[in-house]
Write a protein that binds this ligand. Structure first.
Ligand code: KG4
Ligand code: ZN
Length: 321
């Protein structure tokens, strides 16, 4: 629950990680069933923690895509029913835009135009944001998302799900130059797209090679070298875009923005470029309701109300492209 798009009154998160862990990834059917079970108790708890009555709500925001359609539908149907019953405006929020708006909950003054790097389990996108609701995608991943490769490498190493935090932890004690992994598209100055599938294959091949040669995989070194390859590409492409579009601020967003090496490296590099980096605290980087509330508030201010016929859109784009 969010006040004026900037203050969190409550942010109750029902994580399903434990449920999906033994499958090594999110199982769509299990995810939507769990959403259905949890949505009403979560709404009750959010109201209770905020000390707000249902009838005091002034608007309802909901993420309607991109994502798994079953899970999105649970949220969309509930939000529509609530907005109708309470007779308040309904706002439809793009999930990626939601990640970006987590930055508005940090208290830092945000000035447009700016650059956003959204790095999550499903997306890796560099976005130029001219104003609220005016977003242009400059580059995106051509294959795997950054978080997705963290998860896939972790799976190959039996590190559990989600893989990002486990790899980041092991990487702390490792040598980032022990393995030399590819940095795709990095030398191509005009290119703001990303590609991580080659890196994933290279890491998986290294794991196989070490095993074949009867060597123990040095987990720390492998994780540190892999993480460095992801971070290098993300930071370099962001620096390129920052220079080309002459922005003064960068908003980091999405689950992978919780990665401390990415944060450190991005702060360092952007300082050289004279760009201020804004990044939400880790618990606001991964999926949460407050970020959707913040985005909904700014949509409401622009009068962008959703139709009562709103539907979930699994492959929703951020810039209508
Ligand atoms: O944004 P998010 O919570 O969900 C999506 O919308 O996808 O992002 C989840 C992703 C997972 O792939 C997870 O492995 C990754 O974010 N992640 C991290 C870290 N924490 C979460 N990746 C790298 N380092 C982390 N510390
Ligand atoms: Zn997300």
């Amino acid at each position: 629950m969010v006040l004026n798009g900037r203050r969190i009154l409550s942010n109750v998160i029902s994580s399903q990680d434990d449920l999906h862990r033994r499958f090594g990834g999110v199982v769509p059917e299990i995810a939507s069933r769990r959403h259905l079970e949890m949505i009403n108790p979560i709404i009750d708890e959010a109201l209770a923690r905020a000390g707000v009555a249902l009838t005091e709500l002034e608007a309802i925001g909901v993420s309607y895509g991109p994502g798994l359609v079953g899970s999105l539908l649970v949220g969309v149907s509930t939000a529509k029913a609530l907005a109708y019953a309470l007779d308040v405006p309904l706002m439809a929020v793009n999930h990626l835009e939601g990640h970006i708006y987590a930055n508005f909950l940090t208290g830092v003054v945000i000035v447009f135009p700016l650059l956003c790097l959204v790095v999550s389990g499903g997306h890796t996108s560099l976005i130029y944001m001219q104003n609220h609701g005016e977003l242009t995608v400059l580059g995106r991943t051509r294959d795997d998302a950054a978080g997705e490769v963290f998860d896939k490498v972790a799976r190959a190493l039996s590190l559990g799900f989600p893989g990002g935090p486990a790899i980041a932890k092991l990487a702390q004690g490792g040598d980032a130059v022990a393995f030399s992994f590819p940095r795709a598209l990095m030398g191509e100055e005009w290119q703001m797209d990303f590609s991580f599938s080659g890196l994933k294959t290279a890491v998986l091949n290294s794991i196989r090679r070490e095993k074949e040669q009867g060597r123990q995989v040095k987990l720390e070194d492998l994780c540190a070298s892999f993480q460095a390859a992801v971070v290098d590409v993300l930071v370099e492409k962001t620096a390129l875009a920052a220079r080309r579009y002459a922005v003064r601020q960068l908003l980091l967003a999405g689950g992978v923005a919780a990665n401390s090496e990415l944060r450190r490296s991005m702060f360092c590099r952007m300082e050289e470029e004279g760009v201020e980096v804004i990044v939400p605290p880790p618990q606001l980087c991964t999926d949460n309701g407050a970020m959707i509330g913040a985005a909904a508030y700014f949509a409401l201010r622009r009068g962008r109300l959703a139709e009562p016929t709103l539907n979930a859109v699994a492959n929703l784009m951020i810039d209508g492209a």
